[in-house]
Design a protein around this ligand. Structure first.
Ligand SMILES: Nc1ncnc2c1ncn2[C@@H]1O[C@H](COP(=O)(O)OP(=O)(O)OP(=O)(O)O)[C@@H](O)[C@H]1O
Length: 246
């Protein structure tokens, strides 16, 4: 059962012109775990996320989630299937308040959204709930652009959590974030995981990766070269080689 409920890819391949970003990547992330996807710059991690979440089409290969083929599904259908994601260059609406940003994640734009929104007191309550949980409720009324980079990342995560994803993909949650917020992000990931959410985290900050992950997959040149628990990955010769370029 555990395997059926996992996120898995088989031979995922994607090239941009002559650059092979994914080169037959076959990976399984188990349900219920905090997984990390690490690797040197340009090893294909973000391209992997983009393919898995339907943002770009792979040239070949397959993605399955809980045993269902989601390879050709549109991004919104993949969110509906239970997979949410954040972005390396965090995506918030800079001139909207933090609360409206979180609500925008679940309300359609335009008139339909406004009509629906007027009725959706329950959504407002949930948005407050996530802002509070992530420790940024005191910023609910301020424009996102005035928030620090780390606070904006928490805001983006609050929006993602509004769709109640079973699996959350985080693209560089620690990038540019101060140490205090970094601790909070690590703690949140562990807490949300204990409540049943699966994580896949692309990250260069090895302290965060080693402290939160159950399982680490290491990419080099568009495919996994090693995987295992932090204790094994830390000392794996292939991993050290890929990072040091030897
Ligand atoms: N849209 C694109 N057009 C052209 N080349 C691209 C595009 N997206 C990614 N690439 C190339 O594909 C390769 C993999 O990039 P990708 O961003 O997936 O790696 P990454 O492991 O996420 O890197 P980083 O850790 O630096 O974020 C790189 O050589 C990159 O330049």
């Amino acid at each position: 059962m555990t395997e059926v409920r996992s996120l898995a890819t088989a031979n995922l391949t994607k090239a941009f012109g002559g650059v092979v970003a994914l080169d037959g990547a076959t990976v399984t992330f188990r349900h219920g775990q905090v997984n990390a996807l690490i690797g040197p710059n340009g090893s294909g991690k973000t391209t992997f996320f983009n393919c898995v979440t339907g943002m770009i089409r792979p040239d070949s290969g397959q993605t399955t989630y809980r045993g269902q083929d989601i390879t050709r599904r549109a991004p919104h259908a993949i969110v509906r299937a239970g997979i949410g994601r954040t972005f390396q260059l965090c995506r918030v609406f800079p001139r909207m308040s933090a609360l409206d940003n979180v609500l925008a994640a679940v309300r359609p734009a335009g008139l339909v959204g406004q009509l629906r929104g007027a009725r959706a007191r329950v959504e407002v309550d949930r948005a407050w709930g996530w802002l509070t949980r992530l420790g940024i409720e005191h910023l609910a009324d301020v424009e996102a652009r005035t928030m620090s980079w780390g606070q904006q990342k928490l805001l983006e995560l609050a929006g993602v959590l509004m769709s109640d994803p079973e699996t959350v993909l985080l693209d560089e949650p620690a990038g540019g974030v101060n140490p205090a917020l970094l601790d909070r992000i690590g703690t949140l990931v562990r807490e949300l995981n204990a409540e049943g959410r699966t994580f896949v985290i692309v990250e260069h900050n090895m302290d965060l990766v080693m402290s939160v992950s159950d399982h680490i997959v290491v990419f080099d040149r568009g495919r996994p070269i090693a995987e295992g628990p932090p204790s094994l990955i830390r000392t794996d010769e292939r991993v050290l080689g890929a990072y040091l370029g030897v």
